[in-house]
Design a protein. Structure first.
Length: 118
């Protein structure tokens, strides 16, 4: 997976037409990669304001709104699930072993028109 990190405050300052152009370029690149047989999936995440974070401490599930990771915590992987709602997603997130020593951030995925379907 190629994880793309952008300072959200800087991203919000980019003009809408430039953001759309970047999105179009991303769709074009995804289609080019698909034509080589190497494309699996691509998705843009919803804004961090839609995130929830699950931690498990001493057997108790702790949920905070928004992304929360202490600076020493780094993204190490992900599960892609199709949850019926946020509660189900948090329940599954609490079962991931990493929640016991770190955090599991839950964020909805945005659909991008024009991307190849797999």
């Amino acid at each position: 997976m190629l994880l793309i990190y952008v300072d959200q405050q800087i991203w919000e300052k980019v003009a809408e037409d430039e953001r759309q152009q970047m999105l179009n370029e991303s769709v074009k690149l995804a289609n080019e990669i698909d034509s080589s047989g190497r494309y699996l999936s691509a998705a843009r995440l919803q804004p961090t304001s839609t995130a929830s974070t699950v931690r498990v401490r001493e057997g108790n599930r702790l949920v905070t709104d928004g992304p929360f990771a202490e600076t020493r915590e780094q993204l190490g992987g992900y599960f892609l699930i199709d949850a019926k709602d946020l509660e189900e997603a948090m329940s599954i997130g609490a079962r991931i072993p990493g929640a016991r020593v770190g955090a599991v951030e839950i964020r909805p995925v945005m659909e991008i028109p024009g991307l190849p379907k797999k």
